[in-house]
Design a protein around this ligand. Sequence first.
Ligand code: ADP
Length: 385
Amino acid sequence: MEGSILPGSKIGIFGGGQLGRMAAIAAKRMGYRVIVLDPTPDCPAGQVADDEINAPYDDVEAAKELARRSHVVTVEFENVPADTLEAIEHIVPVRPSSKVLRIAQNRIAEKTFLAQKGFPVPNFRPVRNPKDLLQAIKEIGFPAVLKTAIGGYDGKGQRKIESPEEVEKVLNSLGQMDYVLEEFVNLEREVSVIVARNLKGEEAVYPVAENTHSNHILDTSVMPARIEPALSKQAQELAIAIAQALDVVGLLCVEMFISTDGRLLVNELAPRPHNSGHQTFDGAVTSQFEQLIRAVCNLPLGSTELYRPVAIANLLGDLWQKGEPNWLAVLEISDVKLHLYGKEEAKIGRKMGHLTATGSTPSEALQKVISARNRLSEFVRFMNS
Ligand code: ADP
């Protein structure tokens, strides 16, 4: 294929967390070389890459070094400063581009882009000062959610506002930054769709994932989602249309809400591998990580077919608080897969790993992976009783 970056070439990855690590594993399996840029030495991706550069993400000189040493550069998270990426785009192909990242890293830009293109989003207003907030509350009503425009993840920087008294409180603590206020959606379900696009504009879309969150952090995800086929199709078509509108080269995960009144709404865009796609590592013909490598290297895309329904359960640092989880209790279940990301410090809320299980139905896969995870915490309780 013309313009393909072939195995043996070097892929540069901004960000050395678990997403970069699993992308590096996929790349290495296909014979690529990998170099990671991350501020922390021996980061999860650095442990499997050929090389790592340790520097902050806004260090343009370090980014240029990554660019010079790579045949293509990608990102494992969307908050790599778009300016840094833009500064190296003349040296190396950056996929997805700084333009895509600039939109995805600012909720005002992202929601405005989606709304202008006619994609369904929760009702929202940009909030840049106290006056905007009062006007937005008037227009959106209660309950509403105030989110910081930049830098939020896993629900950080979010606040539900349910009454005029709460508006007063929020007004007093409003920082010198931009926000969006959006309607609080009564959720029937949360789903996401990952779509891959290569430079030629070929697309491959994964089955819809159905997600549950705990304290705003993804807890479990199962593929395919237990929703009507027509709704699945609608969600997949929506994700493809957004990837086209953004001209993404790489992966795009579109997080969506299904409201109790039957609306399918886009919550967020992540132009990178996504936690709700980890199922594909063990459960699909082509994992999202291999698909990322194929897309950014402009290779033909792989099949997104699932071998069987497949579910993951995240392992957060909370599990370690009473001692090392009992891995053997999980590994005894011969068809459950353990993934650990090589992070040293198990902080509360930190994603340390995940478990994967398949089943003859999505519910069975989900039940199996949750009961496997329960074994870890039950054992910890037992140890300390
Ligand atoms: P982050 O970028 O911090 O992950 P999100 O905007 O994705 O934040 O929100 C995290 C979670 O919070 C969502 O998955 C959902 O469960 C809940 N949430 C966010 N916005 C809304 C909303 N407008 N209505 C209802 N729940 C919401």
